[in-house]
Ligand binder design. Structure first.
Ligand code: AMP
Length: 236
């Protein structure tokens, strides 16, 4: 199953993505993680991307689009993928759709975690990264995933805050891009929803990001389950 996963920064998208990945046994491809890994390894890609990321701006499409399209061609993507953090603007959406159409690959499902901008901002500022594993969610502003003291609640590893998470101007910049209905991420969501209206795929799954992590997971898993039932019944 090929899935596009949308949600503003701070909506818990990464946490939910890790759960969906486990459930469906497909790779969770997060563009932000790819960039951060390249920055910490000081690769050429990392050096190019860092200044943009620190300012909360998008890394230019000339760098990001080929990086993602190449990643989707890797062997682990053969049985599906969960793409998270891409497309983030209308150009990326169009280019992704063109590249997939050319290879006769469908996007099967579009997941959107819906969350108010102010709540998303508060959550971002509380978010902490585990140095041992990016999929260990910790947030000092969310009771359910509060760190254990100053250590990771899952493995006890060291925690650090992302530089771009503590910078309000950068957060506003990132949200400005996300909530931009004309050219930004919401426009990319709409692009794929319009395709869905016309072609019946991708199936659209919307979840309410205001709820607790467990509630969002429950809603998401239920809706994904219903989807496969509906598809089985309709023979799709
Ligand atoms: P994230 O971890 O998804 O919040 O991404 C962190 C940063 O990586 C973003 O603020 C952008 O600077 C960059 N980035 C991630 N995904 C993309 C994308 N699809 N296009 C351009 N830049 C991106």
């Amino acid at each position: 199953m090929n899935i596009l996963f949308f949600g503003p920064n701070g909506s818990g998208k990464g946490t939910q993505g890790a759960i969906v990945k486990e459930k469906l046994k497909i790779p969770h491809i997060e563009t932000g993680v790819i960039f951060r890994e390249n920055i910490s390894k000081e690769t050429e890609l990392g050096k190019m991307a860092k200044a943009y990321i620190d300012r909360g701006e998008l890394v230019p499409d000339e760098i990001t689009i080929p990086m993602v399209l190449n990643r989707l061609k890797e062997a682990d993507c053969i049985n599906g993928w969960l793409l998270d953090g891409f497309p983030r603007n209308i150009i990326q959406a169009v280019r992704l759709n063109e590249a997939l159409t050319q290879e006769s690959i469908d996007v099967d499902v579009l997941i959107e975690v819906i969350l108010d901008r102010e709540i998303a901002k508060k959550r971002i500022m509380g978010r902490r990264l585990c140095v041992n594993d990016n999929n260990h969610p910790n947030n000092i502003n969310i009771e359910a995933i509060k760190p254990d003291g100053d250590k990771c609640r899952i493995c006890g590893g060291e925690l650090k805050a992302r530089d771009d998470d503590q910078d309000e101007a950068a957060i506003d910049q990132r949200h400005g891009i996300y909530y931009d209905t004309k050219n930004g991420t919401i426009a990319a969501v709409k692009y794929f929803k319009d395709l869905s209206d016309r072609r019946g795929i991708p199936a659209i799954v919307e979840v309410d990001g205001k709820n607790s992590v467990e509630e969002v997971t429950k809603e998401l898993i239920e809706k994904l389950g219903n989807l496969s039932l509906t598809r089985l019944k309709s023979g799709g």
